[in-house]
Design a protein around this ligand. Structure first.
Ligand code: FAD
Ligand code: EPU
Length: 338
């Protein structure tokens, strides 16, 4: 195992922030990770597990050991009449894994096509898009406790998934390295096309017979038209969560802003479109230096080239306070601030 020093993390985060890791290495097995973390030399050094770097904002150099999870492998581990259980290594690319399932005619993840990043991070914030979240298909995961070195399996209940949330983002933050995840895919296809513009895009594509491939392609087309490609312009997707508010707060807001974009939730709550709130503040396309609010999607903050993480962070604070002043609504950052 080689541990490098003073490594630029620019190629390892989709914001393209040029922060440095004091130490950097990658591992491709649990044993390799254990060897590092149990050694006298590394056991007390601050560490961070890195996947595809598509949901982090590096606001400073990392004065510790960055461990890039490169555990690979995709296998069917069991099967019943209705399902196939597929295990994927944490270091597998998420979209590649989704395509593997589609190619094997297994349903459940097609609406989650083209989300950047790796399989290991998918449970961290219960990734979701276009009417699906991983919790709908998730079965279990295996994680390595980085302090006591135990390997622990988490089923769905133990992950306590919420909207862009799990125990790994809350009480177990920074404690576990997720090694592999098992998804329970359906042999029978139940197509989910009701969300957003999927049906419209399928019609535009001339699709008359639905398939996993056509839904995946429709999602890919919509995403590509809306979201900036990190290979061209640095970003980490939605920078903020869509805030959830009470029905009383919603009624007050609706009276003042009749066009407010909101979705009713169970229990009488509402989810607001944070992109709409930011847009209405006149911030879409706002730019300060190389940090900006994306010109086509106000929920996405971007790095036009040489922004630092703290410049992007300061911009996010400005967005938070502007939205609060106009609407009285608190936004919460979705991206992990390092
Ligand atoms: P990283 O950014 O590497 O890590 C994220 C966090 O998880 C960090 O705190 C890291 O320490 C931790 N972590 C990573 N891997 C592990 C592991 N194996 N074990 C323990 N901890 C780990 N997200 C959505 O939910 N829906 C979307 O539609 C969506 N669209 C996006 C579009 C774009 C253009 C971009 C750039 C991002 C988008 N995202 C979206 C966010 C991002 O793709 C997901 O959060 C993704 O799961 C992050 O994966 P990653 O491997 O890049 O994680
Ligand atoms: N809107 C505006 N102006 C904007 C942006 C959006 O008015 O600048 C309005 C849109 O017109 C629409 C509404 O806000 O009425 C919602 O916009 P969109 O459909 O683009 O979705 P989103 O709420 O901005 C969420 C997720 C995305 C996910 C998409 C599709 C969050 C925080 N974001 O975005 O996830 O891909 O829905 O399901 O929940 C991510 O987490 O990184 C991410 C990209």
């Amino acid at each position: 195992m080689t541990i490098s020093q003073n490594v630029s993390l620019k190629p390892y985060n989709t914001f393209g922030i040029d922060a440095k890791a004091r130490y950097f290495t990658s591992f491709d097995s649990k044993e390799a990770l254990r060897e590092i973390l149990e050694s006298e030399e590394w056991k007390d050094v601050p560490r961070m597990i890195l996947g595809g770097g598509s949901n982090i904002l590096l606001t400073k150099d990392f004065d510790g050991l960055v461990l890039k999870n490169d555990i690979k492998g995709i296998h069917a581990i069991k099967e019943d009449d209705e399902h196939v259980y597929i295990q994927a290594g944490a270091g597998e690319n998420w979209h590649g894994f989704v395509q593997y399932c589609i190619q094997h005619n297994l349903a459940g993840l097609e609406n989650l096509s083209l989300i950047p990043g790796n399989v290991g991070a998918s449970p961290m914030q219960n990734i979701g898009a276009y009417g699906a979240e991983i919790k709908d298909t998730f079965y279990e995961l295996s994680a390595y406790h980085m302090n006591d070195h135990a390997v622990v399996n988490f089923n769905k209940d133990a992950c306590d998934f919420g909207y862009r949330e799990s125990v790994f983002k809350r009480q177990y933050k920074g404690q576990f390295a997720i090694m592999s995840v098992v998804y329970r895919l359906h042999k029978k296809h139940h197509f989910n096309t009701t969300y957003g513009a999927i049906e419209q895009e399928l019609a535009h594509m001339g699709i008359t017979q639905l398939s996993l491939q056509s839904i995946s392609q429709a999602v890919i087309n919509i995403r590509s038209s809306k979201l900036p490609n990190p290979a061209e312009i640095g970003n980490a997707g939605s920078f903020f969560k869509n805030p959830e508010i009470s029905s009383a707060q919603y009624e007050t807001l609706k009276a003042a802003f009749p066009d407010v974009v909101a979705y009713p939730l169970a229990g009488g709550h509402y989810k607001l479109a944070a992109g709409w709130l930011i847009d209405q503040c006149g911030l879409k396309g706002y730019r300060t230096g190389d940090a900006g609010v994306h010109a086509k999607q106000a929920l996405v903050l971007v790095n036009y080239g040489n922004a630092t993480g703290s410049e992007i962070y300061d911009l996010s604070t400005y967005v938070l306070s502007t939205v609060k002043a106009k609407f009285g609504v608190d936004l919460e950052r979705e991206v992990n601030i390092i």
